[in-house]
Design a protein around this ligand. Structure first.
Ligand code: SAH
Ligand code: SF4
Length: 437
């Protein structure tokens, strides 16, 4: 979501005469797009701002200016506090206000320091800048399209409902128009994104409400668009309709990121997840019935307050039962303002560290087994960019595995069958199957 938002801000400012630079030393304006999800991510920004403040002072000595903007969910959560804590910051802007950036920056140009973190839910999707074809080309073969924002679920560990606001869906025609524009400019894969993307309930012009799978059906008919993906999904919004789409739409890739967080019903209840471990396993069973080769990915939190060794064992048991192709896992981080942070049964950091290490060892062995099982098979690869070595090109399998082959750069942007010959730790090595390239 932050990658998408950063692209949106860049597009918006490109229309105001700004250009991207690769190094902050060359910049007249630096925007830090921040994340509030865990303490570690939020802490980083003040050390980053400290470095930028030094750069700004050096600039001042040369008689040049550097404007510093803090955007994203830390901006949303802390607002004016950021201005007080770091004097070098000129502007604080929350995710709901990016469409105000040109106006806010002109006020900053006149010497104001300000914070804009009002919630304007109904304006969230308004005035999205339309990037030029050249800018889309420069971005590559695969693109994000945001379709949903915010969250009403209030898991007891999570800040998202407070920083991103209530669930809203972008209108159908807007989504389809953006997707078509991307494809016209050379994009071959689109990932629909949202904090709870499968809670999508977008309206069309006639006032009809569309579920996510209906978007996939229509996007499947767009010529030149080869692959559809989506993230992040919530178990309670995983309908049979969405599951069936995996069986009926070949362009919808056989991969699903479906966070479960824990395998213990006691912990899931305390987390306010509104699903049990068996509900999750049932979804997995139905997904595999619809699309037997589907690869699954998930998020896990270890050390939620009150989690016992037995609870943690249940998480490991769920992982063993499902078998994941990839995962993200985190130590619980107490976030101010969330119910979890108020609890008195916080888990010791050493225990969390041990549990995280055990969980990560297990999921890493599953990931490697999944990759090793691809060796010898021929799979379709969408080539996205030049590889690390001369003469190589790199892309992804339907299951999100990175692959490199020897091949000509003309194949970038195309899908071709590749025979996988070796599984490295982070990438598969393959050969373009005979008759291709
Ligand atoms: N909407 C998605 C996830 C959004 S947040 C869902 O419900 O699954 C992305 C991930 O960050 C979460 O899946 C969770 O694993 C992690 N996360 C969120 N809050 C956290 C916290 N307080 N401590 C540790 N991890 C957290
Ligand atoms: Fe956070 Fe996801 Fe729960 Fe919403 S559903 S509160 S985004 S973890």
């Amino acid at each position: 979501m932050n990658v998408y938002d950063a692209t949106r801000m860049t597009d918006l400012l490109a229309g105001q005469g700004y250009d991207e630079t690769a190094r902050e030393e060359d910049a007249d304006l630096v925007i830090l797009n921040t994340c509030h999800i865990r303490e570690k991510a939020a802490d980083k920004i003040y050390s980053e701002l400290g470095k930028l403040a030094v750069l700004k002072r050096a600039r001042g000595d040369e008689g040049r200016d550097l404007k510093i903007v803090v955007a994203g969910c830390v901006a949303q959560a802390e607002g004016g506090e950021v201005l007080r804590r770091q004097k070098a910051v000129d502007l604080v802007v929350g995710p709901q206000s990016y469409h105000h950036l040109p106006e806010l920056l002109s006020r900053v140009g006149r010497g104001e320091r300000l914070s804009d973190t009002e919630f304007e839910v109904e304006e969230k999707f308004r005035e999205l800048p339309q990037p030029s074809r050249a800018r889309i080309r420069a971005r590559g073969v695969s693109a994000f399209v945001t379709v949903q924002e915010g969250c009403d679920k209030f898991c007891s560990f999570c800040v998202v409902p407070y920083t991103r606001g209530a669930e809203t869906s972008r209108g159908v025609e807007e989504v389809l128009a953006e997707a078509r524009r991307l494809v016209d400019a050379g994009v071959r894969e689109i990932a629909l994104i949202g904090q709870n993307v499968n809670a999508y309930r977008g309206e069309d012009k006639g006032g009809k409400v569309w579920p996510l799978e209906r978007l996939f059906e229509v996007l499947s008919e767009v010529e030149g668009l080869d692959r559809l993906r989506y993230m992040t999904s919530h178990p309670v919004d995983t309908t049979q309709g969405l599951i069936d789409a995996h069986g009926s739409l070949p362009k919808l890739m056989p991969f699903m990121h479906l966070p479960v967080q824990s395998g213990s019903n006691r912990v899931l209840k305390a987390m306010n997840r509104r699903h049990k471990a068996e509900d999750y396993l049932d979804i997995v069973r139905r997904l595999r019935a619809a699309r037997p080769d589907i690869a699954l990915s998930s998020d896990f939190i270890v050390g939620f307050p009150g989690e016992t060794d037995a609870d943690f064992e249940e998480t490991l048991a769920l992982i063993r039962e499902v078998g994941f192709a990839s995962t993200f896992s985190f130590k619980y981080s107490a976030r101010p303002g969330t119910p979890g942070a108020e609890r008195e049964d916080q888990i010791d950091d050493g225990v969390m560290r041990e549990r995280l290490a055990a969980l990560q060892a297990l999921v890493e062995s599953q990931r490697q087994a999944f990759n090793a099982a691809t060796v010898g098979r021929t799979v379709d690869v969408l080539f996205e960019k030049a590889g690390r070595h001369n003469g190589q090109i790199a892309g992804k399998t339907p299951y999100m595995q990175a692959v490199h082959v020897n091949g000509p750069p003309e194949m970038i942007g195309r899908v071709a069958p590749v025979r996988i010959v070796e599984a490295g730790s982070n990438s598969l090595a393959g050969e373009i199957a005979e008759g291709e390239g």
